[in-house]
Design a protein around this ligand. Structure first.
Ligand SMILES: NC(=O)c1ccc[n+]([C@@H]2O[C@H](COP(=O)([O-])OP(=O)(O)OC[C@H]3O[C@@H](n4cnc5c(N)ncnc54)[C@H](OP(=O)(O)O)[C@@H]3O)[C@@H](O)[C@H]2O)c1
Length: 318
């Protein structure tokens, strides 16, 4: 038991020898550019080595700058960090995938990626506007391209040695099974909302059977209050174990075999969220018995991320 109390260095192997993903990841969905830089530096200094980005977050350049400066200052090599980014909905047409990928590489200041994800399974009208809408405010979807068409373009990036692994995000189990069944290069990772109120148990079982890593976002319920951080089961375990609620939630996620993304912004929270150690089985069981069910992100149904600041103020969380 004692040998694996510390969960900070947990690494999860990816399929087909595509390397290992540090289980604890730092998410870069931070709207403010200056805050993106300080939070990313704080995360690197706290010990995070897995960074989750997206072209849609609009801050890859700031993340890249923070990583380059932070790695240089800390003597950290590129091979020591795991960098992911995502192709946005407006770039699903196969001929747009590689240019979108290359543009992300340039902004991040890297020559290859550890993981490239399709951000959502919904294709939007291709073009430079990331949020194309008609005059009534309805999203303009693109029914001229299938998810599998986009997947094949993603496979080509792996063939060309430009990224080590590819995956999906915001998909249902049905969509994942569909792509898994047809893919030449199987998805290595699926990034979805998951926490004790949305454990995604069936999806996790399928991932374990097939060797896909489930990468959970919103492990702290996006920090929304009331919410997971104030759940009496979580706060009770935290008090008993001398941990914070955030540490309990992150440990639960890792111990059930998922990787996890969290976005602490201050240096103190970066240290807190990285300082994760094992919970006893009875605490895990107690969390698994929570019956509240809540999905925070409607993105799986629409492709519209409620968590990104929108022109129309329907945003959830931040
Ligand atoms: N694929 C997708 O569609 C998708 C969707 C959403 C997110 N993501 C990814 O997932 C990442 C994680 O985002 P998330 O919102 O899910 O992160 P999260 O860590 O679950 O929630 C972040 C929120 O929790 C608060 N928080 C962080 N650490 C805390 C602590 N120790 N105690 C109390 N509150 C704490 C933060 O507050 P402060 O800001 O005040 O520190 C912030 O409001 C994103 O950055 C992004 O990379 C992906």
């Amino acid at each position: 038991m004692a040998e694996t109390q510390d969960l900070r260095a947990t690494r999860i192997p990816l399929t087909d020898g595509a390397g290992q993903m540090p289980a604890l990841g730092f998410g870069t969905l931070i709207p403010d550019p200056a805050e993106t830089i300080t939070a990313t530096r704080n995360a690197l200094e706290a010990g995070f080595r897995h960074f989750d980005c997206a072209e849609r977050y609009g801050n890859e350049r700031e993340v890249g700058k923070a990583l380059q400066e932070g790695c240089a200052a800390g003597g950290i090599a590129r091979e020591d960090i795991f960098v992911t980014t995502k192709v946005w909905n407006t770039n699903h047409r196969p001929e747009r995938v590689e240019p979108a990928f290359e543009a992300s590489l340039e902004r991040l200041g890297v020559t290859c990626l550890d993981l490239y994800l399709i951000h959502t399974p919904f294709a939007f009208q291709a073009g430079d506007n990331p949020d194309p809408r008609d005059k009534d405010g309805n999203v303009l979807y693109d029914d001229g391209v299938t998810l599998f068409d986009t997947w094949k373009a993603m496979e080509t990036l792996v063939d060309h040695g430009k990224c080590r692994a590819i995956g999906l995000s915001d998909v249902t189990l049905e969509i994942l099974k569909d792509i898994y069944g047809s893919a030449r290069i199987k998805p290595a990772v699926v990034q979805v909302e998951s926490h004790p109120y949305l454990p995604e148990t069936e999806l996790l079982e399928f991932c374990k059977e097939t060797g896909i890593v489930l990468l959970a976002f919103a492990p702290l319920g996006h920090g929304m209050k009331p919410g997971l951080l104030e759940d009496p089961v979580i706060t009770g375990i935290a008090a008993r174990m001398g941990k914070t609620p955030a540490q309990v939630l992150l440990a639960w996620a890792i111990q059930r075999g998922t990787a996890v993304l969290t976005t602490p912004r201050s240096a103190a929270r970066a240290k807190e969220n990285f300082d994760i150690s094992r919970l006893p089985q009875e605490a895990l069981d107690e969390i698994n018995r929570i019956e509240t069910r809540q999905r925070l992100n409607p993105v799986v149904n629409t492709g519209v991320p409620g968590f990104i600041a929108q022109a129309k103020s329907t945003a959830q969380g931040k």
